[in-house]
Design a protein around this ligand. Structure first.
Ligand SMILES: [Zn+2]
Length: 142
């Protein structure tokens, strides 16, 4: 690989990784561990777009910060990252009030990690599964 671009911001090989930090006035700050800087940039950009279409606390801001041991960052993966965990989480999310406190909501988090089209596929598969469980529960109750 040839290095024709501008000099890197940081020397290569430092092992430094990054978090995406979501500051929500009136609510807890959220830190998602992104790892490499380019992924943190993708997440920051997608969360910035999510702010245009999802309820969020007034003044919410998204930024990239270096990760530090013990900084309390978490993974944005939902319910262990599987479809079952997502199908459990979707109906529960509706009960979280007020709506702006959910930012970034489950779909925003899927979009952030997987991009728009894959997030849509996962979402509809998880909703189908949740609907199937609800039907089975209703039938069992008759
Ligand atoms: Zn961190």
């Amino acid at each position: 690989m040839t290095e024709t671009s501008l000099a890197p911001v940081r020397p290569a090989g430092t092992g430094e990784t990054f978090d995406v930090v979501i500051t929500r006035p009136g609510y807890d700050t959220i830190r998602f561990h992104a790892g490499w800087e380019h992924r943190a940039g993708d997440w920051e950009s997608r969360l910035g777009q999510a702010l245009n279409c999802s309820a969020h606390p007034e003044g919410t801001a998204v930024a990239i910060e270096p990760h530090a041991d013990g900084d309390g960052c978490t993974s944005p993966a939902i319910g262990g990252g599987g479809l079952v965990g997502l199908a459990i989480a979707i109906p529960l999310e509706r009960d979280i009030q007020p709506p702006e406190s959910r930012f970034p909501d489950l779909f925003d988090r899927l979009w952030m990690v997987h991009g728009w089209s894959r997030a849509g596929e996962l979402w509809s598969a998880a909703c189908s599964l949740a609907d199937q469980w609800a039907e089975e529960e209703a039938e069992a109750g008759q």
